[in-house]
Write a protein that binds this ligand. Structure first.
Ligand code: ADP
Ligand code: MG
Length: 665
């Protein structure tokens, strides 16, 4: 109602930050760095940039605002462009990886922290920016943490540069200390009490419990929207499906009218137009029920929520030493996060939060605050980036919380295996080139190997397809039909080549949308892959790397794929069962793989990543020859001793190399 009855200007003036606008601008004028603390929804993200613009900071530069999440960057930029009555991409724009919606007129630019980090490669002093707002700093994302160290230098170099760090209450003092005890500005809160209710016993199936709770609220409680926190897309979809089903059942079992429930999922992979729906007002008094990941914890604020249902879990990217890679895993959230979630119910009036866990779990089992990403993930990209910024010894970098030395060393080892680092830890030629691509090191390596093996055109398509969400569409009610459609694209020895095949056929059919629908493919995903492809092609052009093609000799492509994934090489152990060559970790073929059930079981494969569901499943698999692993991998790349085939190949390779060297002498 508020959104409809009040003009945008009135809505802006109603936000808590508005009451302190002038004082805040004064503090910013007098200080180079300011930490701004305020409740979620107080107006930090949408208003600060506009205030800075109104105060003249955009006359000779851009006001940039970083976000740890892509969804937030897009959604907030859209909102601010509406508030400023300008087209998105004109005065107000956003940039996320592979998507730049800014233009020559852009003076307020929202971007992911990763985008700004990459910009520092081209322009270490960030000359185009007059102010950077580092938003959501309390999230302590990997890129934000690296930016802290880099921006501290920019602050020292450029007197005209301003830095504003926004944060929830957590960590504010730490941020202030890091920049030399800079002022902390508090935005007065305007929140209502939230009644917190715990489960009496731990709950077995929190998706089911959440659905039940939402239905109970909907039928018995007074008006007010519901927000449910889940861990990821699959659960969210399952919950939405179950909710819709229960409403249907209710309608058919009662004669009386059932109040309307508008069920709205939100997660990062959801298309932008569907994401925007959570902000829309439900028609004729229907109740909204938003089912979200932790994206709705602090980065997006939806008004009108009176009920929060908190499952107590969230997904986090964590380096798994056993697997030797990062994996998204489900963890109990921290107490700080749980409190943030509860707080969402008290923005518009007194609310209720249903915690689907016990009070004792909250008090005794949850960590007080989340572990910063830099301390729990693979640092491959960061290491490459810092090395290219000529930071020789990473342990000397000004980290707010340094990553464990072991993490750095592990990441360096992987880069060395990929040939990006030399034996003394410096960047190799390949390493320097890899930095140019906004890709994870293995994918950048695959591209460069495509150059060497003269199959770049093919590899480029594969890398682009791997950079977008899966293009295969599998509706629950037409699973068999869609699986059959997918199988038609299979290239028996490789899921990577299957992706290439899909893209080529789409191209041969003039990139048509109806063709995608007929073949159970997401047209949006494919279009995105095409866009990514053209952007990577631009980078290749600036590096003067020609686009070579191997035609249909796809064995060479498999060799290039092999070069990127030594750490994910696996050896056949049983039916559909493999073990990782380095650490013996079991990994399984997924039923959706092209290699599954075709009676074709190659001895060695490499995989893109491992996903943990009921078992460790390899995602995107390609059969490889053991001699490629031996030939392309560095001589001392560790292999499990029981893997005699591979060791034999390595021994032979070494002998051949020595013989050749002797001959040359
Ligand atoms: P903070 O960053 O302090 O959490 P924001 O600036 O994000 O606060 O939000 C301020 C207000 O703007 C909130 O009431 C929120 O609901 C509203 N808002 C933010 N984004 C949108 C959007 N895309 N559509 C509609 N309202 C929005
Ligand atoms: Mg915000």
């Amino acid at each position: 109602e508020f959104a409809m009855s009040k003009s945008i200007a009135e809505q802006r003036q109603y936000l808590p930050i508005y009451s302190v606008r002038d004082e805040l601008l004064q503090v910013i004028r007098e200080n180079q760095v300011v930490v701004v603390v305020g409740e979620t929804g107080s107006g930090k993200t949408t208003q600060l940039t506009q205030y800075l613009h109104e105060d003249g900071y955009t006359i000779n530069g851009v006001v940039g605002c970083t976000q740890p999440r892509r969804v937030a960057a897009m959604s907030v930029a859209k909102r601010v462009s509406e508030e400023m009555e300008t087209e998105l991409g004109d005065k107000v724009g956003y940039a996320i990886r592979f998507e730049d919606v800014t233009g020559p007129n852009t003076i307020i630019k929202y971007m992911t922290d990763g985008v700004l980090l990459r910009e520092t490669l081209k322009d270490a002093d960030l000359d185009k920016y007059r102010v950077i707002v580092m938003d959501e700093a309390h999230e302590r994302s990997l890129n934000t943490d690296v930016l802290f160290g880099i921006l501290k230098k920019v602050v020292a170099q450029r007197r005209d540069f301003k830095l504003i760090v926004t944060s929830a209450t957590l960590n504010a003092q730490k941020f202030s200390n890091f920049f030399g005890s800079v002022p902390i500005f508090h935005i007065p809160g305007r929140t209502f009490p939230v009644n917190i209710l715990y489960s009496k016993t731990p709950c077995e199936d929190y998706v089911e419990a959440a659905v039940k709770q939402a239905m109970t609220i909907h039928i018995t409680s007074s008006p007010g929207d519901i927000l449910i926190f889940m861990t990821g897309q699959d659960e969210i979809e399952a919950a939405c499906y179950a909710l819709a089903e229960r409403i249907e059942q209710l309608i058919s079992s009662t004669r009386k009218g059932v109040p309307k429930l508008l069920i709205l999922p939100i997660y990062s992979q959801l298309p932008a137009d569907l994401q925007a729906k959570i902000f829309q007002k439900a028609e004729d008094g229907a109740r909204k029920c938003i089912v979200a990941t932790n994206i709705a914890e602090t980065s997006l604020t939806v008004d009108g929520i009176f009920y929060v249902i908190d499952t107590g879990y969230g997904k986090m990217k964590v380096y798994n030493p056993k697997m030797g890679m990062d994996a998204l895993q489900v963890f109990p959230v921290s107490r700080a996060a749980a409190d943030q979630r509860a707080g969402r119910a008290g923005r518009t009036g007194p609310g209720t939060c249903y915690r689907l866990y016990t009070e004792s779990a909250y008090l005794n089992e949850m960590l007080p605050a989340p572990v910063p990403e830099i301390q729990r993930t693979n640092l491959g990209n960061v290491v490459l980036l810092l090395k290219s910024l000529k930071i020789e010894n990473l342990l000397d970098f000004d980290f707010m919380d340094p990553p464990p030395q072991e993490n750095i060393l592990n990441s360096m080892y992987q880069l060395w295996v990929l040939g990006a680092l030399n034996n003394v830890g410096g960047l190799t030629d390949i390493g320097w080139k890899m930095v140019e691509f906004p890709l994870d090191p293995p994918l950048a390596k695959m591209l460069l190997m495509g150059e060497q093996l003269e199959c770049l055109d093919e590899v480029l398509t594969i890398v682009s397809m791997l950079s977008v969400p899966s293009v295969f569409f599998r509706p629950k009610d037409r699973a068999e039909e869609s699986d059959a459609a997918r199988e038609k694209f299979f290239v028996p020895e490789s899921d990577h080549l299957t992706l290439l095949n899909v893209y080529r056929q789409w191209k041969a059919n003039q990139y048509r949308g109806d063709w995608c629908n007929d073949h159970f493919l997401h047209v949006k995903g494919l279009k995105k892959a095409r866009e990514v492809r053209s952007q990577l092609l631009d980078i290749l052009k600036t590096l003067k790397i020609p686009l070579t093609s191997c035609g249909f000799d796809w064995d060479i492509v498999r060799k290039a794929i092999c070069s990127a994934y030594f750490h994910n090489a696996a050896r056949l152990k049983g039916v559909g069962e493999y073990v990782n060559c380095r650490n013996g970790m079991p990994c399984h073929l997924h039923p959706s793989s092209a290699l599954y059930g075709l009676g074709y079981t190659p001895e060695y494969v490499v995989y893109h990543e491992l996903i943990l569901t009921t078992k460790e499943y390899m995602q995107c698999v390609t059969a490889v020859e053991p001699q490629w692993l031996a030939e392309l991998g560095p001589m001392f790349f560790s292999v499990k001793e029981s893997d005699t085939t591979l060791l034999e190949h390595k021994r032979k390779q070494k002998e051949e190399k020595t013989a050749m060297e002797e001959e040359m002498e």
